[in-house]
Design a protein around this ligand. Structure first.
Ligand code: SF4
Length: 735
């Protein structure tokens, strides 16, 4: 779900709930007056239907085109603020998801040993009856808390409704501890608000953009990339900090080829530079800062000369880049990044990014970080998490890591392996390939062997589906209604997902699967509507909008509210001090550093190079590799190796090698990309490849999996994020 800062979210939610509090959460109307009107427009044999994309989490509004009744193409919806009428390559390739030859087609029950991939096709009734019966057995023996939900993508909301109603208290998505969670905690500790998704970076109006560990343009966040391209065209100075000469670096005024794992040293030196040279926003700090003098004393020793030694970046370059972005404040952004789970100190690293932004005084400022606004839509809230009298095993209550505010996947995995604080015996896994997403694949496999029930619901046979007891085939987003997208941005908006084509086989949408499961579990009231159209029309019409128009246009824009000081916004901060916390008393109280400190990462073992990872513009995680259109563009990944390193090790450009990590795990074969665009002390791969499920035939063993090589990981002590850049590899040449 797209989220604004916590304060904004609370304000908006309170207003929304206040507007509807007098009514019960679900009161079906007599039926939407306009339900008979269709969503489609037809001209010249081409029918167009708006819906929003789910090829990634950005959720751009698009328009599907059918020619002679067949799915033809998917284009951007000009009314939609996330796409602005244009899709990224993956969105354009969404048609390939529908035609993917490896799609799951019918429910499957395991008949052989777990993981041996022997199945029988069964009816939906039998499959869901099996799931309900096993869940009931687990509940009777151990309690409902012994079933956990792992979820991702938009259909997760329905499983959350049903499983929470049934008594599940443990659930998590890799999008938190294996992605953006540390970033939001770092900003929360500093400003009292996370940045959420989409990040409220006012790139459109900025005068300077710093990307540190964010390869925008390769990570294809559509609206942000469009604004980034416009910024390049406006000749806005771009500063890129990356061990790799990324696409973004090629557009930059300054590229700082930082040694992996030393970002905090650079950030501290930049903070010290701004303070000692008086380049920071003194008025912002005086009005809104808490603990600035303590902060100033804490960072005093971090000189640019010292940072040059740590980072491998010349001191002159650090100084020049720092003076550059400071000179444009407040219309200057240090991008918060997105996937930031790299070394286990990631919430402190993100706090350092937040503090540097604070010194620029760009919070709530035009060209800086605006405060996203939403819109009022009648809510249909999730049921409260049941009070079972037992602790949560997912860590989402902060009991294990004090600043965690969402469930942690690996905490559920740990509890499954250890049986503590109680046994976890059932996993319901919706649309997330835990074998690629979580660190240390063997720990995930060990946990799976402890389960009495593993349910996997997905569109394609992911690797974890290979270990399931029952597989439930989901529809692609082009074949289903889904939860409303109530988005937060420059102006709040609401988007509709609606079916464009019928499922090609026996696939069913997540809402239908969850509703049928609810019936089998005896809690049908948790999904009280007849179907999604009834539910969606109820929320839209109750909010005072036309369901018919919404179906035709796909998007409703909210009223614009002030998002910057320039527009009349008054700043406030939801921190204990009510101010921007340059010094964090709450961190100190929990025994953590109140100001980030630099702690060097472990050096590479002899003969090894650090493995770093990232994204490609044409694939999302391990979800899209079998999509024929996207596979055509990128069938496998490559391992980037510096040209000098390749020559020293006798590696040939484009030749296949295998990577062997420090623990002896050997990857699938992967081509060498010998290039000067990466430092000599690391190698780089796009993650999500090297799929090991033979049912995903077209992507089977294509490329290498960075996730499988991530056997050693550090856990962020503040909030439980797990690292992905703490492993080292050597090369095994193919005969
Ligand atoms: Fe779809 Fe691309 Fe938008 Fe993601 S960024 S939702 S893949 S168009």
């Amino acid at each position: 779900m797209v989220q604004p800062s916590r304060r904004r979210f609370l304000q908006i939610t309170a207003a929304t709930l206040g507007a509807t509090a007098a009514s019960a959460p679900w009161q079906p109307m007599t039926g939407p007056a306009s339900a008979a009107a269709g969503p489609a427009a037809t001209s010249g044999g081409v029918t167009t239907i708006p819906t929003f994309c789910e090829m990634c989490f950005w959720r751009c509004g698009g328009i599907a085109h059918l020619r002679d009744g067949k799915l033809w193409k998917f284009e951007g919806n000009p009314l939609d603020p996330q796409s602005m009428g244009r899709l990224c390559p993956r969105g354009t390739g969404a048609v390939g998801a529908y035609y993917d030859p490896d799609r799951l087609r019918q429910p499957l029950l395991r008949v052989g040993e777990r993981g041996k991939e022997q199945w029988k096709a069964v009816s939906w009734d039998e499959a869901l009856g099996f799931v309900a019966e096993r869940m009931g057995r687990i509940k009777a023996a151990h309690g409902a808390e012994s079933v956990a939900l792992f979820n991702h993508v938009f259909g997760q909301r329905f499983f959350q409704h049903v499983l929470r109603s049934w008594g599940v208290i443990n659930y998590a998505g890799a999008s938190y501890a294996q992605c953006r969670g540390a970033r939001d905690v770092g900003f929360q500790l500093t400003f009292g608000a996370g940045v959420g998704s989409p990040e409220p970076t006012d790139i459109k109006n900025t005068d300077c953009l710093v990307l540190i560990g964010s390869h925008l343009g390769e990570n294809m966040h559509n609206s942000q990339v469009q604004e980034f391209a416009q910024a390049i065209a406006r000749q806005v100075p771009i500063i890129v900090v990356d061990p790799r000469y990324s696409v973004a670096a090629s557009k930059a005024k300054y590229w700082l080829p930082v040694k992996p794992g030393t970002d905090i040293a650079l950030l501290l030196a930049w903070m010290n530079l701004l303070v000692t040279e008086g380049l920071y926003d003194k008025d912002f700090v005086a009005r809104h800062g808490h603990g600035f003098e303590q902060f100033k004393a804490e960072i005093a020793g971090y000189t640019t000369a010292w940072a040059a030694e740590q980072t491998g970046v010349a001191a002159e370059l650090i100084v020049a880049a720092g003076r550059e972005f400071a000179s444009h404040r407040p219309a200057s952004i240090i991008h918060p990044g997105r996937r930031v789970n790299w070394y286990g100190d990631d919430s402190q690293r993100s706090r350092a990014v937040a503090l540097l932004n604070a010194l620029l005084g760009n919070w709530g400022r035009k060209g800086g970080l605006f405060l996203a606004s939403g819109m009022k839509i009648a809510p249909y809230p999730l049921p409260k998490i049941a009070d079972t009298g037992k602790p949560r095993a997912d860590g989402g209550d902060g009991a294990r890591y004090p600043f965690a505010d969402e469930g942690i996947t690996t905490s559920i995995r740990d509890a499954t392996i250890s049986g503590q604080p109680y046994p976890i015996k059932g996993w319901v896994v919706y649309s997330t390939n835990l074998l690629q997403a979580l660190p240390n694949r063997q720990e995930t496999l060990d946990a799976i062997q402890k389960l009495d029930l593993l349910v996997v619901c997905d569109t394609v046979p992911s690797e974890i589906a290979g270990y399931a007891d029952v597989i439930l085939p989901d529809t692609t987003f082009l074949e289903r209604h889904d939860e409303l997208l109530v988005g937060f941005g420059r102006t709040g908006w609401t988007s509709l997902r609606q079916p464009v084509v019928a499922p090609p086989h026996e696939q069913k949408p997540a809402w239908w699967i969850a509703k049928q499961l609810a019936e089998k579990l005896g809690i049908g009231a948790s999904m009280p509507f007849k179907d999604m159209e009834e539910y969606l029309a109820w929320r839209i019409e109750k909010s005072g909008h036309s369901w018919d128009k919404f179906k035709r246009e796909g998007v409703i824009m909210g009223e614009h509210q002030p998002i910057t000081v320039e527009e009349g916004l008054t700043l406030s901060f939801d921190t204990p001090s009510g101010k921007v916390e340059f010094w964090s008393d709450q961190l100190a109280a929990k025994g953590f550093d109140p100001v980030p400190k630099y702690k060097p990462q472990a050096a590479a073992p002899a003969g090894h190079l650090r493995l770093i990872t990232g994204r490609a513009p044409v694939h999302t995680f391990s979800r899209t590799q079998s999509n024929p259109l996207l596979q055509d563009l990128m069938p496998e990944n490559e391992v980037w190796v510096n040209t000098a390193t390749a020559a020293r090790l006798g590696l040939t450009h484009r030749a296949y090698v295998r990577l062997k990590n420090q623990d002896g795990v050997v990857s699938n074969r992967v081509r060498v990309k010998a290039t000067q665009r990466i430092r000599e002390d690391c190698v780089y791969m796009v993650y999500g490849f090297g799929n090991t499920n033979p049912m995903l035939a077209s992507a089977y063993l294509k490329g290498a999996s960075a996730g499988a090589l991530n056997t050693r990981y550090a856990t962020d002590p503040l909030m439980g994020s797990t690292s992905i850049h703490g492993n080292f590899v050597s090369f095994v040449q193919e005969a």
